[in-house]
Design a protein around this ligand. Structure first.
Ligand SMILES: *Cc1c(COP(=O)(O)O)cnc(C)c1O
Length: 457
């Protein structure tokens, strides 16, 4: 038999997360208080985050030890396999070798439990009893509902109304793991009640659901808030993906020429890419490619500037690639990856020229996703099809050039709860959508005026 899988044993699991802040050429700009515009201090954050996570957010240590209790839970599904996509290679007729890291094997079906588990752990350690969080498409809400079980916490999820109605099985999953779920806007919070008073049929938005979860956490002493992407500590926790992949590529006897991940808020990309970027900073020759949807092109069309993290201006102002916090993602787009901003760490490495970014169209992504499902068997999450599309494009370029190139991408999750998006694709109901530059410019006029220079990439 030909070898197509590299598995690590439980005791080969990396015991440290990698903090790329230690190796940045340009340090991150400080997050600012949404009310005062002054740099945030830890006391601004303690009402909603435990101190251990606040410390990780600003840490300059290169490595942070993963607590034993977290490693023990990771072992329920980690290390995840590194797969060689031989059948996909054959279908493409490419001389390139395509590897993928399979994060779809977690109980929630994506990479998100990699951070949900430590976040639940540190909250439990600090005496917190309940987590309040938001979810858009449902993946983060599922991951947090799963993770809180391992540490005896309760969990309340505010799910954007339109997704709550469209994806009933996400709610079933969240309830099965014992969490409570509210369609947002809800009657639970002032933010929700105000939105319902203004429009009883409000479809909700991610920005509003964040406002509800933050308000819930800030007004209950035993409750904290948790975010599933964007923040530095989330990117940190995800680096277990890349640390495992480095070991596995060595065992496979190959060195990637290009490492690829899709970007929504940036966390799964950070997870696979940052450990490889450490090697690149230390002289290894490789390309690192972030793939975003053409309908929500924060890195390729946005500006690198200070912006609000949410619509209600409750979340910190952060320096990131942004389309403006008033950005409205087009409803015709089937996948996730719809946040207006990008993780400050991913934005920084893009601005420093360490990574490349491309925007791709959803019809090409679904076509690549279908090819992947029909060759490798796994039905990818619509988000993950962006990474697959870019990997396929790289493999076809290698074929054209007659080069044996080594491609590695992150399969961030499976699409078992996104079958309606596949139905829409197969029925020919999806179209491509380029977010117009005029709308970008309009939204950018709404950026906070804090007198700090912003620069177009
Ligand atoms: C949430 C999610 C993403 C996008 O979030 P990132 O923080 O950019 O990783 C991508 N893929 C899957 C499967 C997800 O659940």
């Amino acid at each position: 038999m030909e070898s197509i899988k590299v598995s690590l044993s439980q005791d080969q699991m990396p015991q440290k997360w990698y903090n790329i802040q230690a190796d940045l050429k340009t340090p991150l700009d400080p997050p600012l208080h949404p009310g005062t515009g002054q740099p945030l201090t830890p006391p601004d954050l303690t009402p909603i985050f435990p101190m251990a996570l606040i410390e990780q957010e600003v840490s300059q240590e290169r490595y942070i030890a993963i607590p034993d209790e977290v490693l023990q839970v990771y072992a329920q599904w980690r290390p995840t396999p590194l797969m060689r996509a031989r059948r996909l290679e054959q279908a493409l007729g490419t001389p390139a070798k395509i590897y993928f890291k399979n994060e779809s094997v977690s109980p929630a079906g994506s990479h998100k439990p990699n951070t949900a588990v430590p976040q639940a752990f540190y909250n439990m350690k600090s005496g917190i009893k309940r987590i309040a969080t938001e979810t858009g498409a449902g993946q983060w809400g599922s991951a947090m509902s799963l993770a809180t079980n391992y540490f005896g916490l309760r969990c309340s999820v505010y799910m954007v109304r339109v997704s709550y109605d469209q994806k009933p099985y996400r709610k079933s999953m969240i309830n099965t793991w014992g969490a409570e779920i509210f369609a947002s806007p809800s009657q639970q919070t002032n933010a929700g009640r105000a939105a319902l008073a203004a429009d009883p049929n409000s479809p909700g938005s991610l920005g509003l659901a964040i406002s509800e979860a933050v308000e819930d956490a800030a007004t209950h002493a035993d409750t904290n808030y948790a975010l599933g992407s964007v923040l530095n500590h989330v990117c940190l926790h995800q680096t277990i993906i890349g640390e495992e992949a480095i070991k596995q590529m060595q065992i496979a006897g190959d060195k990637p020429d290009v490492v690829i991940g899709c970007i929504g808020g940036g966390s799964n990309f950070a997870g696979i890419a940052f450990p490889f970027l450490r090697e690149k900073i230390n002289g290894l020759d490789l390309r690192v490619l972030a793939v975003e949807p053409a309908s929500c092109p924060s890195v390729t069309k946005g500006v690198f500037a200070y912006d609000f993290g949410d619509t209600a201006h409750l979340a910190p102002i952060i320096k990131m690639h942004t389309l403006g916090h008033t950005f409205m993602p087009p409803g015709i787009h089937a996948g996730g990856l719809r946040y207006h901003g990008m993780a400050p760490l991913v934005s920084r490495v893009a601005a420093d020229g360490l990574i490349e970014a491309v925007a791709v169209h959803q019809l090409d992504c679904f076509a690549a996703g279908l090819l992947f499902a029909r060759t490798e068997g796994i039905i990818p999450a619509p988000e993950s099809t962006h990474a697959i599309q870019a990997a396929v494009a790289e493999a076809l370029k290698a074929k054209e050039e007659g080069k044996e190139r080594v491609i590695l991408f992150n399969l961030s999750g499976h699409g078992h709860f996104d079958m309606s998006a596949y139905d829409a694709y197969l029925a020919g109901q999806l179209t491509n959508y380029d977010y117009p530059q005029a709308m970008v410019d309009q939204a950018l006029a709404q950026l906070p005026q804090i007198g700090l220079a912003s620069s177009r990439m």
